[in-house]
Write a protein that binds this ligand. Structure first.
Ligand code: PGA
Length: 270
């Protein structure tokens, strides 16, 4: 039985005061949660604030990014030891917004600007290796663009992303990853992927894990769905056999809605 995970990706939202309020409200509502790992991923500036708010609860802390070097002349970057010193246990790696693969963007976000962070599959792989070396749990995001889905390339895109992400990792290292299937067209758009289809793609991803590691790792690894997960669609998603939880943006920014998602994820294994 795989323990589900409900992870909130706050993206570039919440100053320290707002982060404290939100984390404290979630801790108040769901701090004693069991049967579901709850992870809050605030912006780096609020990591220690959120850590203080979730102290003595079952809620874990995650960062939204990591750089692979330990220290040095890398302006603006954060290393594994820095994240550990803020109390992080998880780190999101390869989110589509970092890869420059955007779902919904402001009109003035030209294709050039969309590539502003420009992370490649190869840099995602390096970041995963760095995170594992510091015993941080990577939450690795993959997913296709709308035009790739329309062209029938979904399976091909996620297969290639997963294969490169785990390249050079031993089976026991792959076992300690969390994967997240996030179709880019569903992120921040309100357009959720059909639960059956999300389940099917997660099955494809599990099959790739079996090839890159082995069948027992494929059965153990947690694979999340992300992209417009909301209280009104979460139950259908969590009932799917392959879906082990959610990576949530918008609906994680409000304690009540995130609480409903946590309830649904916990109930899916009850
Ligand atoms: P969303 O974001 O829930 O707002 O669609 C999901 C994500 O980007 O992880």
């Amino acid at each position: 039985m795989r323990t589900p995970i409900m992870a909130g990706n706050w993206k570039m939202n919440c100053d320290n005061e707002e982060a404290w309020q939100l984390a404290a409200a979630i801790a108040d509502e769901k701090g004693d949660v069991e049967g579901c790992e709850v992870v809050l991923c605030p912006p780096a500036t609020a990591l220690t604030t959120v850590l203080a708010a979730i102290e003595d609860t079952n809620i874990g802390l995650g960062a939204q990014n990591i750089f692979w070097e330990e220290s040095g002349a890398y302006t603006g970057e954060l290393s594994g030891p820095m994240l550990l010193s803020c109390g992080c246990e998880y780190v999101i790696i390869g989110h589509s917004e970092r890869r420059g693969r955007f779902g919904s963007v402001a009109d003035d976000f030209t294709p050039e600007l969309q590539k502003v962070f420009g992370e490649s599959d190869a840099s995602v792989n390096r970041k995963i290796k760095a995170a594992l070396s510091y015993e941080l749990t990577p939450i690795v995001c993959v997913g296709e663009l709308l035009n790739e889905r329309q062209a029938g390339q979904t399976d091909e895109v996620v297969t290639s992303q997963v294969r490169t992400a785990v390249d050079g990792l031993a089976a026991d290292q792959i076992d300690s990853l969390v994967l997240a299937y996030e179709p880019v067209w569903a992120i921040g758009t309100g357009e959720v992927c059909d639960a059956d289809e999300a389940n099917r793609v997660l099955g494809v991803i599990r099959g790739i894990v079996a090839e890159c590691a082995d069948e027992s790792v494929a059965q153990e690894i947690r694979i999340l769905y992300g992209g417009s997960v909301k209280p009104d669609n979460v139950v259908g998603l969590m009932q799917q056999a392959e879906i082990d939880g959610g990576l949530v943006g918008g609906a994680s920014l409000e304690a009540d809605s995130f609480g409903e998602l946590i309830t649904a994820a916990s109930a899916s294994v009850a």
